[in-house]
Design a protein around this ligand. Structure first.
Ligand code: DC
Length: 218
């Protein structure tokens, strides 16, 4: 059985960077599951539709090529704020979540390139996708710290916005992700909480390695 590391948490908590680095550290495969929802959201937008339209969202999810979508980690359109808002809207649709479930569970059962394990990051990895994961870490940080990181990222990309707008968007998305009926963002009962509010990227990663090594050694 492959070793599974489940990394969940809200946006800009640092979970993506932690997951990628953990995968490299342990020689495991990595799956950024947010890319699946982003690709579905973007498909709906590009078809001229509204990402809150459940029928269009389900159609896009059923037609999605998940291998392709998750290979586009650096795609600017998929990483855009537009895609992230659309992702958060399609993610409330139960039929969308159902359509994306098998790909994620197959990834855990047989990680690509016959790797011994997999690191998945998202919102429902420790609760729904891989409830038996050996390591579960819920990465979080205050909304202000996350908005500050996101604002600096957008500034570096010369995107015009204000900190207040970024914080308001973040809180709106957090509320939608945390209060939806199916698979809301919440820590699994057996997850370790990693609060990165006062940690830099290196410190957060070091802490995640410590947590993971302790669980895997057991
Ligand atoms: O992690 P991210 O910012 O790329 O996620 C984008 C959106 O997708 C997020 O608002 C919620 C949704 N999502 C989800 O519902 N379940 C996942 N496992 C991953 C992402």
């Amino acid at each position: 059985m492959p070793t599974i590391i489940a990394i969940d948490g809200p946006s800009a908590s640092g979970k993506g960077t932690i997951a990628r680095k953990l995968a490299a550290h342990f020689g495991f495969a990595h799956l950024d599951t947010g890319l699946l929802y982003r690709a579905v959201g973007l498909t709906v937008l590009r078809s001229g539709g509204d990402s809150s339209d459940a029928v269009l969202a389900e159609k896009a999810a059923l037609a999605l090529d998940p291998v392709k979508a998750t290979s586009l980690a650096d795609d600017a359109d998929l990483r855009s704020d537009e895609a992230s808002v659309a992702a958060s809207k399609v993610a409330v649709v139960p039929a969308v979540r159902a359509a994306l479930l098998k790909f994620q569970q197959d990834f855990c059962a047989a990680p690509p390139e016959s790797k011994r394990g997999a690191v998945l990051d998202g919102r429902d990895i420790g609760t729904i996708i891989a409830p038996k994961a050996q390591v579960k870490i819920f990465v979080t940080a205050s909304p202000e710290a996350r908005a500050d990181r996101r604002f600096k990222e957008l500034q570096a990309r010369s995107q015009r916005t204000t900190y207040a707008d970024v914080l308001a968007d973040m809180k709106e998305r957090d509320a939608r992700d945390a209060t939806r009926a199916l698979a809301p963002t919440k820590p699994a009962p057996d997850a370790v909480i990693l609060d990165t509010t006062t940690l830099n990227a290196e410190q957060a990663f070091a802490e995640a390695v410590r947590i993971a090594e302790e669980k895997i050694a057991r």
